[in-house]
Write a protein that binds this ligand. Structure first.
Ligand SMILES: [Zn+2]
Length: 288
């Protein structure tokens, strides 16, 4: 058995969401399906050119750049599609992703692009932590997204978006999370492995866990310090964009950033470090 990451091995999907393959003789598990049909088409071509047969498709989480090729693959092949119990409703009803970013309201057209809204597809089986394939461990890695999983074989883990490459951390200034406490616990789980394969960035060792934890601590500290004076959510977001030098050019990036800032605020509040009150139609935050 072998765990392969497509970006490195085949060099055709560079700079986009990484996919993984786990080989069992000639049968393979494909990990994630990319953002759209063209991406899935490339993955299927690689599989068939190497004389392999796709038997299972596993989605690590519900974000559109990880499930966008599912429908195309399911139209072409009989494939068992599996994911976590909490991811299934999002894969089968992909409007839930842009709706959740847009406070549950009907999303703007700009949030219905392929970056946020995938074509619906079917999940045949759900699983949580455990061993579902021979020697392959499914690991729960929530924090970036609800119900996220990784797949591990020996001391190597396909960790998807539970960890980001160092270049991604440097370039973006702040990376997307929905639950900071869970993200930190998931990073601790990744310490058990010698090699981590992120969906965005290069394959790395345990040092990447340290870098990702430091990134979270740095952003949390930045928010805590910014709240030495009372700030509305909007003002806090504006000041963070400036101080972290975030390149914010579209409304989609704004809502991803907003969700992430709210995740940090929830976590800081749980830790007893910040508090909020409502005043004149605004939610005001301040550190304690
Ligand atoms: Zn993601």
């Amino acid at each position: 058995m072998e765990l392969i990451w497509l970006n490195d091995r085949f060099g055709v999907l560079q700079d986009r969401t990484n996919l993984g393959l786990i080989k069992f003789s000639n049968d393979v598990i494909l990990i994630d399906s990319g953002i759209d049909e063209s991406y899935a088409r490339k993955a299927l071509k690689i599989i068939s050119e190497n004389g392999l047969r796709l038997r299972w498709l596993v989605n690590t989480h519900f974000h559109a750049d990880h499930i966008g090729g599912n429908a195309f693959i399911q139209r072409r092949l009989e494939v068992q599609t599996m994911t976590h119990l909490l991811t299934k409703p999002f894969v089968e009803n992909p409007i839930f992703e842009p709706m959740s970013l847009y406070c549950g309201a009907s999303p703007l057209d700009e949030l219905r692009s392929k970056f946020f809204l995938a074509e619906p597809s079917k999940i045949n089986a759900v699983f949580e932590r455990g061993c579902y394939f021979e020697d392959v461990q499914v690991i729960e890695l929530p924090g970036h997204a609800l119900g996220q999983i990784g797949l591990a074989l020996g001391d190597i883990v396909f960790a998807a978006d539970s960890i980001f490459g160092s270049q991604v951390l440097d370039r973006k200034g702040i990376v997307v999370y929905s639950n900071i406490g869970d993200a930190l616990k998931s990073l601790e789980r990744l310490r058990d492995f010698n090699k981590c394969i992120p969906s965005h960035g290069l394959v790395s060792n345990r040092n990447l866990v340290h870098l990702n934890k430091s990134h979270i601590e740095f952003v949390a500290e930045k928010i805590y310090n910014t709240l030495k004076e009372q700030k509305s959510e909007e003002t806090l977001i504006c000041e963070l964009i400036e101080s972290l030098q975030v390149n914010l050019e579209d409304v989609g990036t704004y809502y991803l950033l907003r969700m992430t800032v709210l995740a940090y605020l929830s976590w800081l509040k749980e830790m007893g470090k910040v508090q909020f009150f409502v005043d004149k139609g605004r939610v005001i935050w301040q550190r304690l």
